[in-house]
Each structure stands twice: as C-alpha cells, then as structure tokens.
Design a protein around this ligand. Structure first.
Ligand code: ADP
Ligand code: GLC
Length: 479
C-alpha cells in the first residue's frame, strides 16, 4: 500500500512531545512491513539560517503562500518537508509565552493543503493518515473539497487522535484565510458551539478514527474524557479503535544510547543506573548520597500532573527521595518547580527546558519515574522509563493503565496510584521504597520492566490491517 502520513512534528526533525516520537517511528515500522510510506511535515526552524533537510522537489502553492518541497529518504520512509518561512520559522512550534500563535489555523490549513498537493504530485497515496487537529482538515478536504478530492479520488482516510483536549478551535472568520467555503461551516462538519473545530471536522470525515490506546478509546466516549466531543465520537463509535503506541527501540535503548557514558542492560542495570545517577548528580548539582531518585520528564501542561508533584514535594523530600524534573510548558508549573528547587538545594533539580540529551540521562539515572497524569491517551514516558529500568509511578488512566502493571501483581512493573492526591502518591512511594531496599526483588521487577515488549511490531500490523480493511470496503457514501 502507498501510505501518506501528515503530522505537525516528526522526530528527529521536530518535537514537542510523543506525537513526534510516533510520527517518527510508526512510518518506518510500516515500511518494514513492505509498504511505501511517506511522511509530510512542516519544515519547522527557529531561524532562517538553519537548513532544511532533503533534496529540492519544486514548490506548491496554496492560500496565497508557497512552500518549497524537499524530500529525504530516512529509515526506509520518504519524508517530505514543506518549507514556508513566513509560517514555520518561529521560536517554537505552536505557541510562545503561553500564547498560541494567532495564525495557527492558517499555518496548519496551509500545511494540510501543501502536503496533499505535494503527495498528489509525487504519485498519490492509497491511504492518507492524519495525526491530531493540525492535520485534521485532510479528511474533510479529501471528502468535501472538489479540487482536493479530484487529485486523490480513491484515497481512504484515517485520523489518529493523540490528545482529544487539543482540538484546534478558531473563530469562524478564521476559515476564510484557510480557504474553507462557508458551506462547510455546518453542525455536521466544522461547527462546534459557534466555533470552527478542526479536529471535529476530521472526526466526522475520516473513514476510520484511531486513538493511541484501547483504554483511552473507551474513555473518550464518556463526558469525563470526551472534551465535549463524546457525542460526535459516539455517533461514529463503529469507526473508532484504540491501537497502542510502540516505542522507537533504536532511539530508546540503554544498551546502545549515545547519551550515556556507561551502557547497561537488564542484567547489569543496578551498576549502570548507579553510574548514570552519579553522572547526573554531578551535572545538575544534586548532593552526594545514595538516596532513591524520582525522575520526571514531561510537557508541563495540566494533563501531566506536575502540580501534584509540586504540592507533595516537601513530603517527598522528607521521605528521603531526591527529585529531578525536566520539563517545559505553562509558566505556572515552571515557576512552581523552580521554587521547589530553590527550597531544596541539592535535593531537587528542576531543568526547565526541552533537552533530548538530558531526557535520556534522566530515564537512565532515575529509580522511579513519575507520571501522575489526569488523563493519558497513551504515554511514551512510562514505556521509555520501563525500558531504562526506572519503575513508573502512574495514575490509572488511558495508556498508563494499559502499559503499567502494579507491583502488587506477580508481573508488576511499577506503581499505580489509587487517586491523584499527595496522600496516594506518598503511599505509592512508601511501597516503592520498600522494593528499592530489597535488591533481589528490585532486580526482578526491573528486569521485567526492561524486557517488556514495547516494539511497534504488533501495532504496525494493526494499522496495516485497518488500512487493508478500508481499501477492501467500498468508499463511505457522501450523505
Ligand atoms: P506527550 O506526548 O503527551 O507529551 P508522551 O509521554 O507520549 O507525552 O511523550 C513525551 C515525549 O516527549 C517523550 O519522548 C519524552 O521523553 C519527551 N519529552 C517531554 N518533555 C521533554 C523535555 N522537556 N525535554 C526532552 N524531552 C521531553
Ligand atoms: C499525545 C498524548 C500522549 C501520547 C502521544 C503520542 O501527546 O498526550 O499520551 O503518547 O500523543 O501518541
């Protein structure tokens, strides 16, 4: 099959979170199954001086802008970059100082149009697979926009929801600059409580909807997790499935990680993690000692529960843990974590930035990895942590529930909180402390965590099977 992915960030070229990991590792896994795979992504840069990867392939025009198209063959996948400096040369991908860029609707509408035009020109696709609101106009346009449809009339469409809370909602007038005719601003398509909702337009238009874990696929049908779209999703519940994310095992592997001084596997994890911890302590100014280390690597958004850590920090330190947090995002969480570091010098390190290298070193150094999410579509952090022998401490939600087994079970790999409260966190940490003090049990649980299968093998096959089903079925009727 010829499969074209549209994603607003693709590792290793651009990244703010797990979407980039998935868009960078699912396509190569599909290519490994023998499919012809393309990934289109905006050529994000922070300055004009940075170069855009790949070989020039002409340009595409849309909405009064043009993008230079370049193409790079990467891990068996054709990566297509759309370079439009006016839209994609920015200090960060989506927002600055807690404010979304005011032209985000245009930035991503252009991305979708330019990507579809480039893909059509490079030979078309059997399946167009869009990720999140930034690409969600693709199914709408392929179904309802004559010109787009004409360029790839037979393409089937898939929309993957990586996070239902981010919907791309804009005032209706923003649609004009996106070249969306008024006739599509209806309750059945784009309209949502008076606003234009790009994610909704994709949910109603795509041939299939997937999300990134089976539990989240069920949760989003309820008002608690549906973010207002539960009704829209329920109407299409036959089309919704949950396919668990895999990890890029080349990127996340402590036996061959270029960011670590000492490599380790499941059998010498204790020694390897001690070395990583000593190196990290020296780097971040943590006091000497062999206290257990609690790590967190996260976007600092409400979803992720950094406020729970901030609220419990004094108690966590009193209980004898050192803490290291790497994160960037909303100011209020950044400030709370900086204050935590100032209050506990040598015991708490808060690195407020995005730092790929430091992330690897924290996964390796940490004994425990904290991910107390309010909701979690899948979560890669807890899987990466397990692979590095850092036992995850998580809430029981979404993909966390699907990937972490509590230490109370025979095949336990981590610690599951009963509630999202400081008391529940402290009680999980008390259980964890006992385990960390019992070397044989610790070694056994770490080995289990490190050898869990987080590969893409099964999930890439599940996506391929979905594409095959869509291509075998007649196109969805328009009305
Ligand atoms: P989400 O996509 O919701 O942010 P995931 O757990 O799926 O959460 O993926 C997060 C990814 O982003 C992981 O690869 C994690 O290591 C990485 N990450 C998050 N914050 C940072 C940061 N400040 N520096 C480096 N990597 C980060
Ligand atoms: C989103 C979700 C996260 C998921 C990632 C990749 O950012 O918040 O749970 O792992 O996408 O699918």
């Amino acid at each position: 099959m010829r499969i074209a992915h549209l994603a607003s960030e693709v590792a290793p070229f651009s990244k703010t979170g797990g979407l980039a990991d998935v868009a960078g590792s699912l396509p190569p896994a599909l290519a490994g199954l023998g499919h012809e795979v393309t990934v289109a992504v905006p050529a994000h840069r922070t300055t004009l001086a940075e170069s855009v990867p790949g070989t020039a392939r002409g340009e595409v025009r849309a909405l009064g802008y043009r993008a230079a198209v370049s193409e790079l063959s990467h891990r068996g996948v054709r990566v297509v970059f759309l370079d439009c400096p006016a839209l994609y040369v920015r200090p960060s991908l989506y927002s600055l100082a807690d404010q979304d860029y005011p032209d985000n609707a245009l930035r991503f509408a252009f991305f979708v149009r330019a990507a579809l035009a480039a893909i059509a020109r490079l030979g078309g696709a059997d399946v167009v697979h869009a990720h999140d609101w930034q690409a969600a106009l693709a199914p709408l346009l392929l179904r309802h926009d004559g010109q787009t449809r004409f360029a790839m009339p037979a393409a089937r469409t898939v929309l993957t929801v990586h996070n239902l809370a981010y919907q791309g909602t804009f005032p209706p007038w923003a649609l004009e600059a996106c070249g969306i005719p008024r006739r599509l601003f209806t309750m059945e398509l784009l309209e949502f409580y008076g606003a234009a909702n790009l994610l909704k337009s994709g949910l109603v238009s795509a041939d299939a909807i997937t999300t990134v874990s089976p539990t989240y696929a069920r949760e989003i049908l309820s008002p608690e997790f549906g973010c207002g779209l539960e009704g829209v999703l329920a109407a299409r519940s036959d089309a919704v499935t949950g396919i668990l994310n895999g990890l890029d095992l080349d990127e996340w592997d402590p036996t061959r990680d270029a960011f670590l001084e000492r490599l380790y596997g499941a059998d010498d994890a204790a020694a390897g993690k001690r070395a990583a911890r000593d190196a990290l302590a020296a780097e971040l100014g943590l006091a000497a000692g062999r206290r257990p280390l609690l790590g967190m690597v996260s976007r600092l958004a409400e979803q992720k529960g950094a406020d729970l850590l901030a609220a419990a920090l004094d108690e966590v330190v009193d209980a004898g843990f050192d803490v290291v947090v790497l994160g960037a995002g909303e100011r209020r969480y950044e400030q709370a974590l900086r204050a935590g570091q100032a209050a506990h010098p040598g015991r708490v390190a808060a690195a407020i930035r995005f730092d790929e290298r430091l992330a690897h070193r924290i996964y390796a150094a940490a004994d425990l990895f904290l991910m107390p999410s309010r909701y979690e579509p899948c979560g890669l952090g807890q899987m990466i942590a397990m692979r590095y022998g850092a036992l995850p401490v998580v809430t029981r939600t979404g993909g966390l529930a699907d990937t972490v087994t509590d230490a109370g079970k025979p095949d336990g790999t981590g610690f599951v909180l009963d509630a999202m409260t400081p008391a529940a966190l402290m009680s999980a940490l008390a259980r964890a402390r006992k385990l960390l003090a019992a070397p044989r049990r610790l070694q056994a649980m770490r080995a289990r965590a490190m050898t869990r299968d987080f590969s893409w093998t099964a999930s890439a096959r599940a996506y391929a099977a979905l594409y095959e089903r869509l291509l075998a079925a007649p196109p969805r009727p328009l009305a």
